[in-house]
Design a protein around this ligand. Structure first.
Ligand code: ARG
Length: 386
């Protein structure tokens, strides 16, 4: 759905049959080696890469290049407020995995690595696209998401955002419980195995039941959310090489859940319910009942994650960290691409420091992109592949 004035995610068209652009490879390698003097001189490496591209249409990154490239892609993610810690990204090199079974077990490992004890930022990088050849993909937009169902009387159960995807997975034979927080299975598509559906094991799904620091009734609402936000369908591009399957995660900022997932009218839409339980006067907007319910919902999210010992940050802290990141990058002589509409938190924007300034918006690589084909699969309707 495109609402007038709503800026769609910029999709940079990608032609999977085109060979690697040697200029982009060179540009990346020069930066990578300049930023990491321990890798030695870049010239000999450039000679090898040029020859590889000439002979095969592509080249193979070293582990160091892959690691730094993935971190640079995070650093360049203009919508991410959490980039201060870009250097800490743990990069799992999964380029050798081919079958759906192998990919599945490595995705489970990803979740275990990211979500046990403290949440740590992790990316699993699977095989690079070979020009003109089909590649493996995960249909899910995130490794963990809740199913959405439309009942006969038009009501939504679960996450309405996932209704189309859930219908597609049901078409593959999956049956959810039909409850508000059914974790969806993974849909893995590979050239060799076609489309396969895998249920995640419980140990890989860390979840936090929500309660409120003061309102005893809040826990009875039976709300919960998962601990690890792991984007699964964005293509990572490094130095002209494309990795269509490279799921990555950070930790949550509370407002993503409390002010969007659970609050948006087209998601869980919980503000009317919370306001009613709080006994607020909802007869007029000017009582600010929505705002008051929103704050308490966000307090519940932060309180519950803290109580469960699951890492999460609040939007004030994360905003200050982003300002620190801007300062660090300036010192390092780098420009920071940033999208104001995404950086400013969805609650209390004006009382965070990120609100009161402009940002440069530009496309800097390495980067993550959401392809049209990936977006279509996340909606449950794959487009014909070229
Ligand atoms: N906003 C998305 C969600 O609620 C997650 C996006 C990535 N967030 C993050 N903290 N790394 O699921």
């Amino acid at each position: 759905m495109i609402v007038p004035g709503y800026r769609e995610h910029p999709v940079e068209p990608w032609d999977p049959s085109s060979p690697v652009d040697p200029g982009e490879a060179e540009d990346f390698l020069r930066r990578c080696y300049t930023e990491n003097p321990r890798l030695g001189p870049v010239e000999p490496r450039l000679a090898i890469v040029r020859a590889q591209i000439a002979a095969t249409g592509t080249y193979v990154h070293t582990t160091d290049e892959l690691t730094h490239g993935a971190r640079m892609a995070w650093r360049n993610a203009s919508r991410c407020i959490g980039r201060l810690y870009w250097r800490s990204l743990m990069v799992l090199d999964r380029r050798r995995a081919r079958t759906a079974d192998e990919i599945y077990s490595l995705l489970v490992q990803h979740l275990l690595t990211a979500g046990s004890a403290q949440i740590r930022p992790v990316i699993s990088v699977f095989a690079a696209a070979q020009p003109g050849q089909p590649c493996a993909r995960v249909w899910n937009e995130q490794l963990i998401r809740y199913a959405g169902y439309r009942t006969d009387d038009g009501q939504a159960i679960g996450d309405p955002r996932l209704i189309d995807f859930t219908a597609a997975v049901r078409g593959f034979g999956w049956r959810g419980k039909g409850e508000a927080f059914d974790v969806l299975p993974l849909v893995i598509e590979t050239p060799g195995d076609g489309v396969r559906v895998y249920e995640l094991p419980e140990r890989a799904i860390r979840e936090v039941p929500l309660s409120h620091p003061e309102f005893g009734w809040f826990a009875e609402l039976g709300l919960r959310w998962h601990a690890v936000p792991a984007i699964a369908n964005m293509r990572l591009t490094i130095g002209g090489v494309h990795y269509p399957l490279a799921p990555f995660n950070g930790w949550y900022m509370g407002s993503e859940i409390g002010a969007r997932n659970l609050a948006d009218a087209d998601r869980y839409n919980l503000l009317p319910l919370v306001a009613a339980r709080m006994g607020l006067d909802t007869s007029r907007e000017s009582t600010l009942w929505r705002d008051r319910a929103l704050v308490e919902l966000n307090r519940a999210v932060l309180h519950s994650f803290e109580r469960a010992g699951v890492k999460m940050s609040d939007h004030h802290t994360e905003s200050q960290r982003f300002i620190t990141h801007l300062r660090n990058e300036e010192k390092a002589g780098r420009r920071v691409p940033a999208d104001w509409t995404w950086i400013v938190p969805p609650i209390s924007g004006g009382i965070t420091p990120v609100f009161h300034r402009y940002y440069d918006e530009f496309d800097e690589r390495p980067a993550f992109y959401l392809d049209e084909e990936a977006a279509a699969r996340a909606k449950g309707c794959p487009m014909r592949t070229r």
